[in-house]
Design a protein around this ligand. Structure first.
Ligand code: DQA
Length: 144
């Protein structure tokens, strides 16, 4: 069961990006941790909204079973990304390292949450593990 972990702008900078907010783990560290619990993981981390959208479109035909998505700041304003998520056939779990509801007001609203299956916020890097577990459950439930 292949799970795509897709990360948007500035998540490539984890490790030295505001470590008090996001922790010290890099995306490579986080993905390595995921691969200990789930061996079929593909990762895309990109600064580009269009690249993220194109990769999501590809999941419709490439055998991806579920998507774990941290859109970064696109979370708060990208209707293009929201539309791309809407047309997917596979489960999508939105994840945020930080507790966005406790931060600046512009981070309180996600335009993505209404079109995903599950949202996990504020659990730090562990949130990605929770997201993968949720994604697996969702895939299993759809197959039942
Ligand atoms: C984030 C929260 C967003 O508000 C922010 O723009 C990010 C990271 C998180 O993982 O907590 O880039 O998605």
């Amino acid at each position: 069961m292949r799970i795509l972990i897709a990360n948007g702008p500035n998540l490539s900078q984890l490790g030295h990006r505001e470590p008090d907010v996001y922790g010290t783990a890099t995306i490579a560290d986080i993905v390595a941790g995921i691969r200990e619990i789930h061996d079929d993981v593909e990762e895309l981390t990109t600064e580009y909204e269009g690249a993220l959208i194109e990769r999501l479109h590809a999941t419709r035909t490439d055998g991806t079973a579920a998507v774990v998505l941290n859109p970064g700041a696109l979370t708060h304003y990208s209707y293009a990304l929201r539309d791309a998520v809407t047309l997917l056939d596979v489960p999508v779990v939105e994840v945020h390292l930080s507790q966005t509801a406790a931060r600046e007001p512009f981070r309180h609203h996600s335009v993505i949450s209404a079109v995903v299956d599950v949202t996990i916020t504020g659990a730090g890097a562990y949130g990605y593990e929770l997201a993968v577990l949720a994604a697996r459950r969702l895939v299993a439930a759809r197959g039942a």
